[in-house]
Design a protein around this ligand. Structure first.
Ligand code: PGA
Length: 253
């Protein structure tokens, strides 16, 4: 059975003290309020991973993730973060290919394919992001665009390995804008992603993969989005910075 996952992407927000306070609030509230079959992940700035992992270590359903990692194992890459470093902090997830990194750091599908493979080889769970711009959607090319992202970054994986990844569909026009995809738009794309995976692998494989929706998800719209049959969770930016909102989204299942 695929997992229900509510992941928070803190982006470049919260200093260490603020981050630790948010992490302990989320961990405590999750213990009291969130059903155990919902996995929660906090993707924090890299510099907080170790401390936040200590905060969550006794939790049964709150985990920690990085927001990015290098495609190289180690070496002379000043300022970069290796997968091994991420895993050594106690973090178990890593976002790969967020649209902000694709745009501002020119990350390519080929580079992201290497990162996904490396993350899996280290035992990290990649949260692989895909999604189209408004221009692409208006040209009615969104399905082809997302298929190409999946094809070029994921389809070299074995059936065993692709089952271990999490996909986040995040339409760029909905990220941080307050505009959410309608539940029909989200379901259409999630179903399309799942059937594209099924054509490359099998239905059994496609059924195992959690596909999260991301883009202005908040307590007020989470239930509607999460009730769609192919929406298995959310990747939440802004609303993950407030413990109450993040927990309320996780309770929307
Ligand atoms: P948002 O961000 O929830 O603030 O739109 C989502 C994301 O970028 O992962």
């Amino acid at each position: 059975m695929r997992r229900k996952i509510i992941a928070g992407n803190w982006k470049m927000n919260k200093n260490l003290e603020e981050g630790l306070s948010l992490a302990s609030e989320v961990t405590n509230m999750a213990a009291d309020e969130v059903p155990n079959d919902v996995t929660m992940v906090m993707c924090t700035p890299a510099i907080h991973l170790s401390a936040v992992s200590t905060t969550t270590k006794d939790s049964s359903n709150v985990f920690v993730g990085a927001q990015n990692m290098s495609e190289y194992e180690s070496g002379a890459y000043t300022g970069d973060l290796s997968g091994n470093m991420v895993a050594s902090t106690g973090a178990t997830f890593v976002i790969i290919g967020h649209s902000e990194r694709r745009e501002y750091h020119f990350e390519t599908n080929a580079q992201l394919a290497q990162r996904v493979k490396l993350a899996l080889s280290i035992g990290l769970t990649p949260i692989f992001c895909c999604g189209e711009s408004l221009k692409t959607r208006e040209a009615n090319e969104h399905i082809d665009f997302v298929n190409k992202q999946l094809d070029e970054s994921l389809f070299d994986l074995s059936a065993e390995d692709i089952k271990k990844i999490v996909i986040a569909y995040e339409p760029i026009w909905a990220i941080g804008t307050g505009v959410t995809a309608s539940s029909e738009q989200a379901q259409e794309m999630h179903r399309s992603i799942r059937s594209f995976i099924a054509t490359q692998y099998t239905h059994e494989v496609a059924k195992e993969i959690s596909i999260l929706y991301g883009g202005s998800m908040k307590p007020g719209n989470a239930q509607e989005l999460l009730s769609q049959p192919d929406v298995d969770g959310g990747l939440i930016g802004g609303a993950s910075l407030k413990a109450r909102d993040f927990i309320d989204i996780a309770k929307s299942y």
